[in-house]
Design a protein around this ligand. Structure first.
Ligand code: ZN
Length: 185
């Protein structure tokens, strides 16, 4: 296992549509190695989600791990580390809500993005088993952000208003909702 370098906005791999993993690749040694590296990288960088293109691998694999409890996003439910291979996301209810999103590939910045708050996700796990999840609220935003990486999209493409993009320090000083606790995830 190794901590990989997270590539940053401007690297072309972040703008490519990633390819699906073939059935015979799922659970195979190269995928298991990549997954182990992604988990170590996520923990080292201190994020809640990471997609394979962010470590330079253009395949449809992402991981999400949410510690839960009070965070800068409010009180959010915990989600143990889960791997998503070739995920599909379907909007159940198009009504949107906005959050200040950050991204390991866009370090130091935060931007306000409105996304649907009720989605359904179908995926394959790292052992090849099919899974389905229904997500609401902040979790729906997290999943859409991560899976956007598999389509070559970044949250900055989806800013509700181009003026709502800020450096972290100025965000905390001027823009963060006063009632929201600020804990780094
Ligand atoms: Zn991201």
């Amino acid at each position: 296992m190794a901590v990989r370098k997270v590539v940053r906005m401007g690297h072309p791999v972040l703008r490519q549509a990633a390819r699906p993993l073939e059935p015979d690749e799922i659970g195979g040694e190269p995928m298991r190695r990549l997954l182990a590296d992604m988990i170590e990288t996520l923990h080292d960088y201190g994020g809640i989600g990471l997609a394979a293109p962010q470590v330079g691998e253009s395949v449809r694999l992402a991981i999400i791990e949410i510690p839960g409890g009070p965070t800068r996003y409010g009180d959010i439910p915990e989600m143990p580390l889960t791997a998503f291979v070739n995920p599909d996301i379907e909007v159940v209810d198009p009504e949107t809500q906005g959050y200040w999103e950050g991204c390991l590939s866009v370090p130091g910045l935060r931007g306000f993005v409105e996304r649907p708050q009720h989605v359904k996700v179908r995926y394959t796990n790292e052992h090849g088993a099919r899974g389905e999840l229904e997500l609401t609220g902040f979790l729906a935003t997290v999943f859409q952000h991560e899976f956007d990486h598999l389509d070559g999209k970044l949250y900055v493409d989806r800013l509700a208003d181009p003026t709502l993009l800020s450096f972290e320090e100025e965000y905390l000083r001027y823009l963060a909702p006063r009632e929201a606790p600020h804990v780094d995830l």
